[in-house]
Design a protein around this ligand. Structure first.
Ligand code: NAP
Length: 240
């Protein structure tokens, strides 16, 4: 039987790669990164799409290709690609602000728009937008990043309602996940002082692993999660 397809953006490393490895036995994967060289190894039998989401024309071509090549059997979309430039907003160059807005929020909006059209035809589908604890509670030196991540939560809740209201489709679910501090390249550059500060504030007394998030994504895509919709799920070891 033909397997259902799941798109994972930012699948070259970190959370995206862990999600890809977790889902590979179950779904036919469409893996995205900025370019082919980003993947150090390739999960066999996967499909690959490349695009730098800070470039509007690349995003447009990506969405067109997603619909044309994979629209008939697309079941899941994991909007995971993201970027941060941590600094006080007074010192944040416009290019960094634009890049975070484009990669973290504009791209997921257009990918959701493409997916909703496809799901409307297929009458089923699940979107999971990877937000952040910074989007839930804010975080100093991450104001723009946090704003993009809060936007993903609102986008997800709104689309879940829209699917039912506009199309009367009840098999389309839209969710977001807010990870706390997860070990990856994104957090790897933080100073020991900052890491120690976070660790002391995490009740579970460890940083998260990409697999922790991958396990949650696998569950949320499954039929066992069919009544979880239009909400944001925090996975942070109790960090507030
Ligand atoms: N790590 C954490 O503690 C944490 C916490 C909360 C939320 N998150 C969120 O989880 C997601 C994954 O984070 P991570 O820690 O796994 O990050 P990561 O290791 O830095 O990986 C980022 C991924 O995003 C892709 N990406 C970066 N810039 C891009 C661009 N301009 N266009 C398209 N794709 C781009 C990268 O592709 P290339 O390899 O091609 O550059 C890579 O696949 C992000 O949305 C992040 O905000 C992470």
């Amino acid at each position: 039987m033909k397997k259902r397809k799941v798109l994972i953006t930012g699948a070259s490393k970190g959370l995206g790669l862990a999600i890809a490895n977790k889902l590979a036995p179950i779904y036919d994967l469409i893996l995205h990164a900025t370019n082919e060289g980003s993947f150090s190894s390739k999960i066999p039998d996967s499909n690959f799409l490349y695009a730098d989401f800070s470039d509007q024309s690349q995003l447009e071509a990506f969405c067109k290709k997603l619909k044309k090549d994979h629209g008939d059997s697309l079941y899941g979309v994991i909007n995971n690609a993201g970027i941060t430039f941590d600094k006080p907003i007074n010192y944040q160059p416009e290019i960094e602000i634009d890049t975070m807005l484009n990669v973290n929020l504009r791209a997921p909006i257009f990918i959701c728009k493409t997916a909703m059209k496809i799901f409307q035809q297929n009458k089923t589908g699940v979107i999971i937008n990877i937000s952040s604890i910074s989007g839930d509670g804010g975080n100093a030196f991450q104001s723009v990043y946090a704003a993009t991540k809060a936007g993903l939560v609102a986008l997800s809740k709104s689309l879940a309602q829209e699917a039912a209201a506009l199309y009367d489709l009840h098999n389309i679910r839209v969710l977001s996940i807010s990870p706390g501090f997860i070990e990856s390249d994104m957090t790897g550059s933080l100073s020991q002082e900052v890491r120690d500060k976070y660790l002391s504030a995490i009740p579970s007394k460890r940083f998260g692993k990409p697999d922790d998030v991958a396990n949650l994504v696998e569950f949320l895509l499954s039929e066992n999660a069919s009544y979880i919709n239009g909400t944001n799920i925090q996975i942070n070891g109790g960090l507030k």
